[in-house]
Ligand binder design. Sequence first.
Ligand code: 5U1
Length: 696
Amino acid sequence: MQDAFDFSVPEVTGKSASGPAAADRTAELRVLLDRYAHAYYVCDAPEVPDAEYDRLFRELESIESTHPELVIAASPTQRVGAKPLAAFESVSHLTPMLSINNAFTAEEVEAFDRRCRETLLLSDSAPPIAYACEPKFDGLAISLVYENGVFQQGATRGDGTTGENVTLNLRTIRSIPLHLTKEAPQGRFEVRGEVLIRRADFAQLNAAQEAAGEKTFANPRNAAAGSLRQLDSSITAQRPLTFFAYGIGEAAESRTTPDTQSGILDWLSSLGFRVAETRALVQGASGLLSYYEQMGMQRPSLAYDIDGVVYKVDQRELQARLGFVSRAPRFVIAHKFPAEEVLSRVVEIDVQIGRTGAVTPVARLEPVFVGGVTVTNATLHNFIEMARKDIRIGDTVIVRRAGDVIPEVVSALIDRRPLDAEGQALYPLMQCPALCPECASHIELPPDEAVARCTGGLVCPAQRKQALRHFASRRAMDIEGLGEKIVDQLVEAGLVHSPADLYTLTVPQLSVLDRFAEKSAENLVAAIQQSCHARLDRLIYALGIRNVGEQTAKDLARYLGSMDALVQADIATLMQVPDVGPVVADSIVSFFAESHNREVLTRMQAAGVHWQDLPTQVVEGPLVGKTIVLTGTLPHLSRDEAKALIEAAGAKVSGSVSAKTHWVVAGEAAGSKFEKAQSLGIEILDEAEFLKRLQL
Ligand code: 5U1
């Protein structure tokens, strides 16, 4: 049950001389309707019959239609009604929406608790850390921005830095308050949480879709995602979406902000948000593990899907001291439930060639429903792994799928293997082909690697198709309408060899493709042209350089500032970029060493693709080229402050000590890094000496 909720609304300012009674009545009706909606949608405890709610709602609509000056954005009547959008705008998050690290075993949870204690320098005799625990909703992460208590803007997580503006759709979700209680912070206030569809609502939605001859959804998460990405908010309004709040953005700091995560959840509840009823405050690792066990038991009877639980260090001051590791906060971990496993049969084993030439054996399966979707293909990872597990055509196999993860074959039930008359397995173990089935280039298995690769590069149509799909994908160049089937046709028809060819495609060329009407051709050419105005980091990511994901592309753009600088960078320069190590640096240098890759960029530019260089954040300052490791607690600087100073001085912070480390900056209770630095003869500095070297 939620806490008491104060239903007073922001004052109606538009009183007309002729309608003070109408203004009073609208205010009164809004208070009542908000209260009843909160009871119904947030507390699951309706206070009045639906007919009474509808009667009051119609009365409010009627007054507002005769007194339009009384309409306010936060009125319950104003949830739906805007015209469909042409596209969603991008929104930069006030503070990044970070991801969280996962734990899968009790040992990993114990290690998390131990790491927190060590980083906070708690002695063995210190009391256990208090943790706020919550279910991990299987929905979509959302940010809601309130301005003086009134809902202004809502966005999807997107890549964590930039999401899509889905405000109009979020306004239709009844458990998202359009205005908050008077206790809400003034100014900007950001609430974060998850949008989902409850199981019972999902069943009803699919039944209604089926009855209307519309497509049904594979699982509640897909239904929620599809509903939230509707350009027409009147469609979203018909979908039974629910919002659960789980935190606040940093902009929300105010004097009234509680100093614990558990306090924040209670506070969000009192402000009108739905928060997990099954939240708990526990002590230490044993408390975490018993919460996990309890939630595992409750999981089947919960109203919504969850894929694990989330543990957060409760005290926010301790959270701040713990800081971050590689873009995930150290104070939080998601303890995932085991992935669902089912049995199926391998009908065929095919070889798939990935974007970077990786050769992956893929099992074609008898269809099986697992982890919320019907699965017909599952990865066997690589030929070495497949041989180790001895998986063959005809085998009955265990198939596993968790969340968004690609389904995989876990193992074969060998005693169910079909045998011939002599008792021999009907099928031999499949070997990795010597030649690529797509382009007949040689397949290589580099020493010390498990993954074989086709050496065909962009000569290989499979690699070309994958590279183009990646280039056009939403997080890369975001070319609407350039889907898998069209890419396949473009490559097979010989119209497109590299991403640069996309920019010279014409409507007549596209119109000859299978089932491609002139209008679709025009739309695709327009979408391709729209992508000409690119963002540097997205373009870097779109190139599909091995080991360069979205975040690395962002770091490269931010620290090198231009494509020219990236193309020309040598290993040493690249390794000064935060989180770029020798493997990533080598991939980048090898990519641009290929003249055909450089040519693609030149041809794209010639065809009109342009991007803006960024002011570089690098690599200036007194410590350029140095790699520094921090260990222990410094007397004055927090970990984040020390890191910021190092990066501002042009040096790089590394998490581990190696022969390439220049200095180790050590504070109190420095551990194994200190010892390793000593054994390698690396210079160890205290805070004062470190600040001196920074020339501060
Ligand atoms: N329940 C819950 N889910 N979840 C997801 N809490 C929570 N916190 C998150 C995420 C990504 O991030 C925190 C860092 C705010």
